[in-house]
Design a protein around this ligand. Structure first.
Ligand code: UP5
Ligand code: MG
Length: 190
């Protein structure tokens, strides 16, 4: 018999929509392991890997790193976690990411959390984050918004047409957003 497949929730939304912030809350309450594709790529870059310079350049330009690289990092992190429930944050970012992940892992997400937020609010958050991220400057932020609209929204639409998207108004205060998130993760007694 095949081993039971892990539960995966994709956490998607524009740059600064609050994916990382809400994932930290979900981990506390619902026992998932949080895997931010962006964090994994930044760690890979800092580790001095052969892909480091390529990753740095892609992030600086707001471009999407080749699927192969990101999927390897995700698979390794899933194996090392010992858990079977994952929040995959900020991935898949384009159709190619999505198709490659499905082919390589044979995993379909249980559902997709979509944090919907205006660009105005996301820009305000990113410019005041102050964590020293190389992509938190106005030029790169504009590029990230463009890539999100052109490449990442189609992925959300793909899952929308399959009834898998749970859309959340992410423009509200952190605690209010989390109330909506909690309702989605809490099992319902019918
Ligand atoms: N904040 C959060 N929620 C708030 C709220 N409700 N009200 C007020 N403030 C709120 O939040 C951002 C900031 O806003 C924080 O200061 C927070 O306190 C505040 P955060 O939770 O960090 O938002 P998040 O959506 O996680 O924003 P992030 O900048 O991480 O999103 P991106 O999608 O831009 O970044 P990511 O790290 O996923 O990717 C970065 C780059 O890596 C990409 O542009 C790309 O070049 C590369 N990448 C790939 O190539 N492939 C991948 O698969 C993934 C990434
Ligand atoms: Mg993040």
């Amino acid at each position: 018999l095949a081993e039971k497949k892990p539960t995966v929730v994709f956490v998607l939304g524009g740059p600064g929509s609050g994916k990382g912030t809400q994932c930290a809350n979900i981990v506390q309450h619902f026992g998932f392991t949080h895997l931010s594709a962006g964090d994994l790529l930044r760690a890979e870059q800092k580790s001095g890997s052969e892909n480091g310079t390529m990753i740095q350049n892609m992030i600086k330009e707001g471009k999407i790193v080749p699927s192969e690289v990101t999927i390897k990092l995700l698979q390794k992190a899933m194996e090392e976690s010992g858990n079977d429930k994952f929040l995959i944050d900020g991935f898949p970012r384009n159709e190619e990411n999505r198709a490659a992940f499905e082919t390589v892992t044979q995993i379909e997400p249980a559902f997709v959390l979509f944090f919907d937020c205006s660009e105005e609010e996301m820009e305000r958050r990113l410019l005041s984050r102050n964590e020293g991220r190389e992509d938190d400057n106005i030029e790169t932020i504009r590029k990230r918004f463009k890539v999100f609209l052109e490449s990442s929204l189609p992925v959300i639409q793909h899952y929308e047409s399959r009834g898998k998207v749970r859309k959340i108004d992410a423009g509200r205060p952190i605690e209010e957003v989390f109330e909506s998130v909690k309702a989605i993760f809490t099992p319902k007694n019918e």
